[in-house]
Design a binder for this molecule. Structure first.
Ligand code: MTE
Ligand code: MO
Length: 324
């Protein structure tokens, strides 16, 4: 096989598919090719992003784990991002997140568990099998992407710490390190850091809910929440909290960043729902990235972001316009 170096490939030809399908080749072993097909990564990200060993996503897998919709190119996944710790512009995370130190990394497990403690990421990862999930990600701002994540089920992680019978909710917290996260320094920032999110325990234990450690076959770029983040594909993107350092099991529903900031606009549940508009815009349709002025790529939004078959039963009897 002819291995092209980054400079041989015009960026217009670097489609998601070329990166994605060549991935299997470089995972097999040649160190030379690692990173060769991802020239759009910054130098720092090329240096820190490494190939992962995982089970690829396949149609035959459990329903919802895979979609054959076109993947959003890696370049867009990295450069069009919300990670307010680094600024509010979509390009700020790619520009500034390289400053975040992700090694060593540990996660504190607190609250209603038999085995609370601080666990090193390596020790957590040693106990799980990585697999790929190709999911739609729908931001509350009405844009969306299709991302090939690499991760493991959150249920497998939580079971390692034996949640007690009082554990009804799970709260997550992002790193708080203003020295490395310029958005946390701003005196004008309205967010009360650290960023916090939460799930009901049955949502957390659902097989679609994963902790992602990679995308496109390699470790997560910092902009996308390295080294470990949550992905809940049937909920608006803000639920999928990045760069997690704390997981707390609780009896009561936790507070979450966006709900605290604007409770009439962002709810605790935040299930993707085309029938419940955001107070300031419609949620009936979405822009699927990549988009251009001439090709806006607009499509209808589907209930639970297309995962209704898998998750609608979690909300039987609930008024979803009240519990938005
Ligand atoms: N800590 C933290 N996590 C976060 C955010 C954030 O600002 N800070 N933004 C959220 C929002 S609004 C979205 S849409 C997704 C975007 O994930 P992506 O950049 O990997 O596409 O991350 C979510 N997780
Ligand atoms: Mo979002």
């Amino acid at each position: 096989m002819l291995i092209k170096t980054s400079s041989d490939i015009p960026s217009s030809q670097i489609t998601s598919e070329s990166i994605y399908f060549n991935r299997r080749t470089f995972i097999k072993g040649s160190a030379l090719t690692i990173g060769a097909l991802t020239p759009k990564l910054s130098m720092a990200e090329q240096a820190t992003t490494v190939a992962l060993d995982y089970k690829p996503a396949a149609k035959e897998q459990e329903s919802g784990f895979y979609t054959d919709e076109p993947l959003t190119p890696l370049d867009d996944v990295i450069n069009y991002s919300n990670f307010y710790e680094f600024g509010t512009d979509k390009s700020d995370p790619a520009r500034y997140a390289d400053n975040m130190t992700t090694d060593p990394w540990s996660i504190k497990i607190e609250g209603e568990v038999d085995k609370p403690g601080e666990y090193h990421l390596e020790d957590i990862l040693a106990k799980v099998d990585l697999e790929e999930r190709i999911y739609r990600l729908r931001c509350v701002e009405a844009w969306s992407m299709v991302v090939p994540w690499v991760g493991f089920s959150l249920a497998d992680l939580l079971k390692q710490f034996n949640p007690t019978s009082k554990a009804k909710y799970v709260q997550f917290e992002t790193l708080h390190r203003p020295k490395e996260m310029r958005g946390q320094q701003s005196r004008f920032s309205t967010i009360d850091w650290p960023y916090q999110e939460g799930l009901r325990i049955d949502e957390a234990m659902h097989p679609l809910t994963i902790m992602a450690v990679g995308l496109y076959g390699k470790t997560l770029p910092n902009a996308n929440g390295a080294p470990i983040r949550l992905v809940v594909p049937w909920k608006y993107g803000f639920k999928s909290i990045k760069s997690i350092v704390k997981i707390r099991l609780l009896e009561k529903q936790p507070t979450t960043t966006w709900q605290t900031l604007a409770p009439h606009e962002y709810g605790f549940y935040a299930n993707v729902n085309p029938d419940v508009d955001h107070p300031r815009w419609s949620q009936k349709s979405e822009r699927r990235l990549p988009t251009t002025f001439f090709s806006p790529n607009r499509m209808l939004t589907t209930p639970f972001n297309g995962y209704a078959e898998q998750v609608a039963s979690l909300y039987t009897g609930m008024d979803l316009s009240k519990y938005y």
